[in-house]
Ligand binder design. Structure first.
Ligand code: CU
Length: 139
């Protein structure tokens, strides 16, 4: 099954997800697909089951949360992350190397292309203390 997972990851990268993700995410899969690396538990996304898939936009909620907080995409996916002067966005260095989410309290919506597999955390610089954080998991 490990071999199949690796092959599937390769084709996911090459074809941007033509059916691999559903077959790779069955309940019988013991280990999540991390693209060869270890699963990174980063608050508030400490379990693989915290992640949602099938979305390409992360929005800010009045309740000082991101929606979704934990987003799973395939490599090559472009994701819009909402940001404003009320919710300035910064990528964090606590996940995988070379987080493509910009740092520096961005106050306009950011279109981020996730080229490489990994775990890329981000936060609202004003409300991170209230838990306004998230992670993009790229497979
Ligand atoms: Cu905020």
């Amino acid at each position: 099954m490990r071999f199949n997972g690796l092959v599937c990851s390769f084709f996911l990268t090459a074809l941007a997800g033509l059916g691999c993700s559903s077959s790779a995410s069955t309940a019988s899969d013991a280990a999540p697909d991390t693209g060869g690396g270890a699963f990174m538990a980063i608050a508030p996304c400490t379990n693989a089951s915290d992640y949602v898939a099938g979305m390409t936009a992360i929005t800010t909620l009045a309740a000082l949360r991101y929606s979704p907080q934990c987003l799973k995409v395939t490599a090559g996916t472009q994701v819009s992350i909402q940001a404003s002067s009320t919710h300035p966005l910064s990528g964090l260095a606590t996940g995988s190397a070379s987080n493509p989410i910009p740092t520096g309290s961005k106050t306009t919506d950011q279109m981020v292309t996730f080229a490489r597999v990994g775990f890329y955390p981000f936060q609202c610089d004003i409300h991170s203390g209230f838990g306004m954080k998230g992670v993009v998991w790229v497979q």
